[in-house]
Design a protein around this ligand. Sequence first.
Ligand SMILES: Nc1nc2c(ncn2[C@@H]2O[C@H](COP(=O)(O)O)[C@@H](O)[C@H]2O)c(=O)[nH]1
Ligand SMILES: [Mn+2]
Ligand SMILES: [Mn+2]
Length: 482
Amino acid sequence: MSIKENITEIRENVWEIPSSFKKEMKVPGRFYLEKEAILNLEDDAIEQIANVACLPGIQKFAIGLPDIHFGYGFPIGGVGAFNVRTGVISPGGVGFDINCGVRMIRTNLTEKDIKPKMKEIVDKLFVNVPSGVGSKGKIRLDENEIDEVLNFGAEWAVENEYGWDEDLKFLEENGRMLDADSSKVSEKAKKRGIPQLGSLGSGNHFLEVQKIDEIFNEEVAKIFNLEPGTITIMVHSGSRGCGHQVCSDYLRTMDKAYKRHNLNIPDRQLACAPIDSIEAQEYYQAMAAAANYAWANRQMMIHWVRETFEGIFNQSSEDMEMSVIYDVAHNIAKKEVHNIKGQNQEAIVHRKGATRAFGSKRVEIPKEYRNAGQPVLIPGTMGTASYILHGTDIAMEETFGSTAHGAGRKLSRTAAKKKFTADEIKSDLESKGIHVKANSAPVLAEEAPGAYKDVDQVVRTSDSTGIAKLVAKVVPLAVTKG
Ligand SMILES: Nc1nc2c(ncn2[C@@H]2O[C@H](COP(=O)(O)O)[C@@H](O)[C@H]2O)c(=O)[nH]1
Ligand SMILES: [Mn+2]
Ligand SMILES: [Mn+2]
């Protein structure tokens, strides 16, 4: 019997695998997918959702979002929330690139303003925002400063004159998790982090100049201050080698911890520890520190984007209205209050390849956006649209305020390199008027738009199920890749 025969549609595009599917499941699994997408979903990703549903203290459902695909332990495009007393915390539920995320800024420029300068924009962004495998930032921190970055995140960056004070208001967590403790981050992770601060990284990470192409919800677009036809800039990056090392270090810790605490887990990659244990507490503090590194990283890169535009257009970034729309984390675990069994309860919500999509009224949302729900930033590919949605009350009820984080990969990097060549991708993008510059040719093949699932379908599913609603579509004009 195929695993899919255990899944039933409980409302349009929402599917459930019952807790009876596995003896150890504590809650059902839920999937937010169109019929065609559920038919194409890898059985292994379904199995992973069922496995997450077996973990101690899991609340409501293990959740697979519209971009779900197989990952390390937890699927990518997955959410698991755990009771703060009876639950666990698991590095596999956050991922290696802690606080990989997306920041978007607006401008008052139009395509007409930037078109004649497109080549200059791409060339200068490519130089001013370092990228590539193991890329190094333009500044060199000393050993004390890395602790400040880890403890204070984007606040550190703004205090050091990377950006505007008001930027912080429009970042998830205001760019700083207060639970961070740099003393829980290994020297090895700090050493990897020091030279890389202020760099994009490689592959899937990108800096993109875009145009607002379509507005779906004028009222919310006004609240988010999105003008059709204007230029936006999106950066996608995370905590670089620092976060990767934190994840690797604590996976080793957790591998011992789950045995020490006698936890019965269905897959070793879900290694975890009870939330009140020392192992879990230390991982949470270190993960929060790596998340802060990522917010500082995106803050610095956006500062250099503003400087680049100032140089090219001979105007201040304030005059070009280059303010932050929002910054979302899509690989993170956070303590949040949710309505569970009719009561407000604290849970540790793991979002792995998942974007927070808090609905209106939540205090975590900047007051300017509170009547609309938070902006949800969903990148597509370098050759297709990306989207801005808003969070909803349905997401609060069903998915712990979460939705998809991207199109999601369809082909592995190896398969993509076999199928596409860098030259064909570059000329295809150029024929569509998209300027692209990458550090290495293979990256263009690995990151070919055809290596990803259909982002239009992903956002349509978010919208039709109500876990985030469409606000605007942006299209790429220029992309720099690592
Ligand atoms: N607009 C662009 N989107 C892109 C590009 N490369 C990748 N992507 C999308 O980002 C998400 C991020 O997911 P992650 O799991 O790799 O962090 C990915 O699913 C793609 O949809 C790009 O160059 N431009
Ligand atoms: Mn990443
Ligand atoms: Mn990412």
